[in-house]
Design a protein around this ligand. Structure first.
Ligand code: DHB
Length: 314
């Protein structure tokens, strides 16, 4: 069996992806140049930066730092405003054949409704609703407030005509998984993406006796290898709670094909790459895809459904 006979294609909300590996929203996806680079890379979709009603410059720098096993950031949602991403989606769909995913992060319920309505008339294939950046100063993480999540999903579900999913923060308590899953199940949410960066870590330079990033006294979202185990647990729990009715996309600390394999085994239908894309560049997509195919070949698996969600018990 050669590598070609290993199929790592997938479908998210019925949209076909040539492979299950694509970029996470956040890094290197803010400008049209960034997005064209993604379109030309082996990322199987072009995920765009989370957008707000108006363009934002974000938090003051330094606002991102690489760490030994990942990264810390408090970007503060720098983006060009939703109209730019509708324009970019039109350009991308005209030139390239890949699925394009919008990420919507309106600052208020009203903003989210306006943005969702506007994307109805865009060529984006899928929408990932990212209702709570951990880094916008003065705003709580929506995923930790079930009532607010309910209110937001109720409103956007009423206006959205595209297939959409929700990007979730990490949960650490089994009761919280059930509470948020119960809210999500009430709405036509097609997938959840687990997990966003783990909010409010603090990375310190011991020589300078200063934090590595400036906003919020140094507090920022932790990503990369530090969060892989939390991400896997979140994928697993939601996979179980949704019983195949809502798909799960995994993200958090994927650097290798075996990392991606673990996410799929836990139940993910696709896997996104964030920090490793910043650190390794676009070659990371092909590397993870090839390594995943190699590992599946070793195991005798020919397609994702041979092992997706089939984590064994001890
Ligand atoms: C930002 C960070 C996030 O983790 C997110 O989900 C949205 C925005 C940011 O700081 O730009």
């Amino acid at each position: 069996m050669n590598k070609k006979s290993v199929d790592i294609s997938t479908k998210i909300t019925g949209v076909e992806l040539e492979t299950c590996i694509f970029n996470a929203s956040g890094p290197r996806d803010e400008t049209l140049t960034d997005l064209e680079n993604l379109a030309k890379s082996k990322s199987s979709a072009v995920m765009m930066k989370s957008c707000t009603l108006r363009a934002r410059r974000g938090n003051p720098p330094p606002r991102y730092a690489n760490l030994e096993f990942g990264s810390i950031n408090s970007m503060g949602l720098p983006n060009l405003g939703y109209r730019a991403y509708i324009k970019f989606a039109k350009i991308l769909k005209k030139i390239y054949s890949k699925p394009v995913v919008a990420s919507i992060s309106g600052m208020t319920l009203k903003d989210n409704v306006v943005i969702f309505k506007a994307f109805n008339d865009s060529p984006v294939d899928v929408i990932e609703f990212n209702p709570g950046s951990p880094n916008t100063i003065g705003k709580p993480i929506v995923g930790y407030d079930t009532q607010e999540m309910d209110r937001l999903l109720d409103s956007v579900s009423k206006v959205c005509k595209k297939p959409f999913g929700v990007k979730l923060p990490a949960y650490f308590d089994l009761v919280h998984f059930e509470q948020i899953a119960d809210v999500i199940k009430k709405y036509p949410v097609k997938f959840v993406t687990c997990i966003n960066s783990v909010g409010n870590g603090l990375a310190i330079d011991p020589y300078k006796e200063k934090p590595l990033i400036k906003p919020k006294g140094g507090l920022g979202g932790i990503s990369g290898k530090y969060i892989k185990f939390t991400a896997l647990a979140n994928v697993r729990k939601f996979y179980e709670l949704f019983n195949g009715k809502i798909q799960v996309i995994g993200v958090g600390g994927v650097y290798s094909g075996i990392d991606a394999f673990e996410f799929i085994l836990a139940g993910a239908s696709a896997v996104q790459i964030g920090t490793a894309f910043i650190q390794k560049g676009p070659k990371i997509f092909g590397k993870v895809q090839n390594e995943l195919k190699d590992f599946m070949k070793q195991k005798g698996y020919k397609k994702l459904s041979d092992f997706q969600g089939k984590l064994k018990t001890l």
